[in-house]
Ligand binder design. Structure first.
Ligand code: DMJ
Length: 420
């Protein structure tokens, strides 16, 4: 299985190289390319490089690394999303630096970190959504917990590797400011204004927009031995399990609730929520992790492939796309690691077979606009290289490929090694 996954990585990578080389992403149907901001930031190569290294594609990885070092420039007059660029590019550069020892990648990461840092210059210290890489100008006051709280692994690691504490301090301050605005019952909402610090949507959940905030509380504790993060994680997970977990007739799920009252406001779950069994497993809560992954697997097999979102009470789709997302596979990887239960490799085979059956094209893999009809769309996100295929590979690879006692994955599956 590991070798089959590797071959599929190569298939998609060759498509990217043939039709989109030097750009952010391959368009897998029209055989063109897409750049997020008009000029290339090498999203797919930077996101995919550490997967290549872990898969043992030594020559391919060396060529890609050299290309990145010689061609990637952040001296661009463009407004970029601080969150996406941090998790994909900063995370990718840092992990590939650690895996290869190529100091040019660390220099690029340091340059990027410095250019992103003005994002934190708000009245609360919580980051603006966008920052201009050349001028440092910022915009976007309305944001969410994930975009505020999913920066510390990358900025913190940059501090440890460069000896510049400012990166850690800014990202940690943002995280604490967010945590301090939790409700009296310990939950956070969906939307917050970073200038006023006021919540503008009180809906609490573990889904997209909040998800990796929780993931980073736990992982920043593990990676940096940060006791504040340990405390914040423990207080947060208690509230999440009390108010968001839902034992329904269809299974064990996590839904939506009002952050102030705890009253249930929604019963949807989707592809993004499926990261949570992995986070629970990493925290040691194997009981909830197993039950939730079983539910997520039911979601996948009900439709042949998972939808972006469905109502878990009715098992009806509420948002029908599939973006080639990794989360359910990531969770299978953690559960397999911690339980050794063969069930999770069997699940992985189902995920792999569905991907090949419904998403493979002659030059790569395509997202689906509708899982009910399995209609493809012209997109292959860089996280397909960074995460989806990496976690699938690791689910079957020899256990010494990654030592989870020394490594923490960022939310884009870039492995960060604790060298400090
Ligand atoms: C990735 O960029 C990251 O996993 C992020 O945390 C959520 N969205 C995508 C994958 O679905």
């Amino acid at each position: 299985m590991a070798e089959r996954v590797r071959q599929e990585f190569l298939h998609a990578w060759q498509g990217y190289k043939q039709y989109a080389w030097g750009h952010d992403a391959l368009k897998p149907l029209s055989k063109g390319y897409h750049d997020w901001y008009g000029v290339p930031l090498l999203m797919s190569p930077v996101d995919g490089l550490d997967t290549m290294i872990l898969m043992g594609m030594t020559d391919e990885a060396a060529q890609t690394r050299d290309y990145i070092a010689k061609n990637l420039s952040f001296d661009r007059d463009i407004y970029v999303k601080n969150f996406e660029i941090t998790i994909r590019l900063l995370g990718g550069l840092l992990s590939s630096y650690q895996l290869s020892g190529d100091k040019r990648l660390l220099a690029l990461a340091d340059d990027l970190g410095a250019r992103l840092s003005p994002a934190f210059n708000s009245p609360t210290g919580m980051p603006y959504v966008y920052v201009n890489l050349k001028t440092g100008a910022v915009r976007g006051e309305s944001t969410n917990p994930a975009e505020i709280g999913t920066l510390l692994l990358e900025f913190g690691t940059l501090s440890k590797l460069t000896g510049k504490p400012i990166y850690y301090d800014k990202a940690k301050h943002a995280l604490v400011e967010l945590y301090n605005r939790r409700s009296p019952i310990g939950l956070v909402g969906s939307t917050i204004n970073i200038k006023t610090g006021e919540w503008t949507d009180p809906t609490s959940h573990i889904s997209g927009g909040i998800d990796s905030y929780y993931e980073y509380l736990l992982k920043a504790w593990l990676l940096f031995d940060d006791k504040d993060c340990e405390r914040m994680w423990k207080a947060s997970i208690e509230a999440v399990n009390k108010y968001l977990a839902d034992q329904a007739p269809t299974g064990f799920w996590y839904g939506q609730a009002n952050m102030n009252t705890g009253a249930r406001t929604g019963t949807t779950f989707g592809a993004l929520d499926a990261f949570f069994p992995g986070t629970l497993a990493l925290s040691g809560d194997l009981d909830r992790a197993r039950k939730l992954e079983d539910s997520a697997y039911k979601m996948w097999t009900t439709f042949g492939i998972e939808p972006e979102e469905m109502n878990y009470m009715t098992m009806k789709i509420t948002s029908g796309g599939y973006e080639l997302r990794p989360e359910i596979i990531e969770s299978a990887y953690y559960l397999r690691h911690f339980t050794k239960d063969p069930r999770y490799r069997e699940m992985g085979k189902t995920f792999f077979d569905s991907l090949v059956k419904y998403c493979r094209t002659d030059v790569g893999y395509a997202a689906l606009s509708d899982v009910a009809t399995k209609t493809k769309k012209d997109e292959m996100e860089s996280f397909f290289f960074a995460e989806t295929l990496k976690y699938l590979f690791l689910l079957y690879a020899p256990p010494d490929t990654i030592d989870l006692s020394k490594v923490v994955f960022n939310t884009e599956a870039h492995p960060i090694r604790r060298t400090w």
